[in-house]
Design a protein around this ligand. Structure first.
Ligand code: AMP
Length: 427
């Protein structure tokens, strides 16, 4: 019988990839921390209603991609497909905005979407993100974009284009919807079945339709529907980006179909990621979301970036760290009777901060040395009958293969010296 495989669209994070994974999260914590953003961690499942209202019925994510199930208590539960709804819920239920406005938080963790798996697209994937909740100001929009930009730059990833748009406010969008309907109505017969339905429900979604792309170029742009106030807000955002020396590309086609998105909307595109998968991340202002979730109106803006996609880009750029050795030293009992003495020596080393793997197998000594090599150990400590009799240990430098017998009282110091020697020796 073949072994049970992992579910489609999932991946395992194996030890060799962990240093890059941890590095990315450290960089995100450092960059966002330098802007005063603190970590929040929310459940990976929420009431289905939160996701439905938060992400929006009528979106592909909610209509086709959620993992939703009834739990044993009869509650309808959804595995989170994104982080914003949960983070906003957490911040608002804890009344954090009562004390501090805006609340600046970051998050990291797995998200779940029943997507069609392909390169850079999974059913369980991870995101890192930020939310700035409680205030509407164009300066905050610029701050969030600058932070995302600096984060990507700190990962050593270049070839990124920051695409920025303004969706205006509800009135602006009403005007834009009317302009879109006026444009598409005469074309109705040529639209796909979905778009013919969407036209009067949510005409903004026609701009995303893959089948009807040929009509998009000549369609009206939202920029032309913005009120002078919304225009001024957007101009301040763009001015701030210029002042921060963050390059950007205005993209009037970057729209989101949901009413609670307002003003700034943005994406980070990467040249090497192809087609629909070229976005490393994106975000925007969601001033209407809190009310949709049943909370008092509270403005907010944030971004979310795909961890796997960022790592692909960082690894192509050569900036992501590679696999690391499991240990500094292997402590090997030469023969089984020295197992406890070897274990005691390993304990001494660990107490001194050395990562020590114990080898009490019955392999021959040359096989033990090969094992130590394969683990990437820079030192091997051998404990045989003579060493036990003398209360000592043999310390072997795996780099130059020199070994010396030392008393156990000097073991930690001798291993530390051997490790330090190798640090200055070029590989
Ligand atoms: P979104 O929440 O759809 O704006 O996605 C934000 C970012 O998350 C995207 O730009 C991707 O980097 C990443 N992402 C979204 N969906 C997936 C997926 N199915 N697999 C891998 N990454 C994803």
């Amino acid at each position: 019988m073949p072994g049970i495989a992992a579910p489609r669209g999932t991946r395992d994070l194996l030890p060799a990839a962990v240093p890059a994974w941890e590095w990315l999260h450290d960089v995100h914590a450092r960059v966002t921390g330098s802007f005063g953003y603190q970590l929040v961690d929310t459940p990976i499942f929420e009431h289905a209603e939160l996701i439905e209202r938060g992400v929006g019925t009528g979106t592909d994510v909610v209509d086709k991609e959620t993992y939703t199930f009834t739990d044993r208590g009869g509650r309808l539960i959804t595995l989170r497909p994104e982080g914003t709804a949960g983070v906003l819920r957490a911040v608002l239920t804890a009344n954090l905005v009562q004390e501090i406005r805006p609340v600046r938080v970051r998050y990291a963790g797995p998200m779940f979407r029943y997507d069609r798996p392909q390169a850079g697209r999974f059913r369980q994937f991870a995101q890192v993100g930020v939310e700035c909740i409680g205030e509407r100001s164009p300066h905050l929009d610029a701050e969030v974009m600058e932070m995302g930009w600096r984060f990507i730059a700190a990962l050593g990833v270049s070839g990124v284009a920051l695409q920025v748009n303004s969706l205006g406010d509800l009135d602006d969008r009403q005007r834009y919807r009317a302009a879109l309907i006026a444009y598409y109505e005469p074309l109705q017969d040529q639209l796909c079945d979905d778009c013919r339905v969407r036209l009067h429900v949510n005409p903004l979604r026609l701009l995303d339709c893959k089948r009807d792309q040929r009509f998009v170029a000549a369609a009206p742009v939202i920029t032309d529907s913005l009120s002078p106030e919304s225009r001024a807000y957007f101009d301040t955002v763009l001015d701030d980006l210029r002042a921060a020396a963050i390059p950007f590309e205005p993209n009037p086609r970057l729209v989101r179909g949901l009413d609670y998105y307002m003003h700034t909307s943005f994406e980070f595109w990467h040249e090497s990621l192809k087609g629909a998968q070229n976005a490393l991340g994106g975000g925007g202002r969601y001033d209407g979301l809190a009310e949709v979730l049943g909370y008092p109106a509270t403005p907010g803006i944030g971004y979310a970036m795909g961890t796997e996609r960022l790592l692909i880009a960082a690894s192509d750029a050569g900036s992501a760290p590679g696999a690391e050795p499991a240990c500094d030293a292997v402590v090997a009992a030469v023969e089984p009777p020295q197992a406890q003495a070897a274990a005691a020596a390993a304990r001494t080393l660990r107490a001194a901060g050395v990562r020590a793997v114990l080898d009490v197998s019955d392999r021959k000594i040359d096989r033990k040395l090969r094992f130590a090599d394969r683990l990437g150990a820079r030192v091997c400590v051998l404990i045989g009958p003579d060493e036990v009799a003398e209360q000592g240990a043999t310390v072997r430098d795996m780099g130059n293969r020199q070994q010396q017998r030392v008393p156990l009282t000097r073991l930690a110091a001798a291993v530390a010296e051997a490790l330090a020697n190798q640090e200055v020796t070029p590989a």
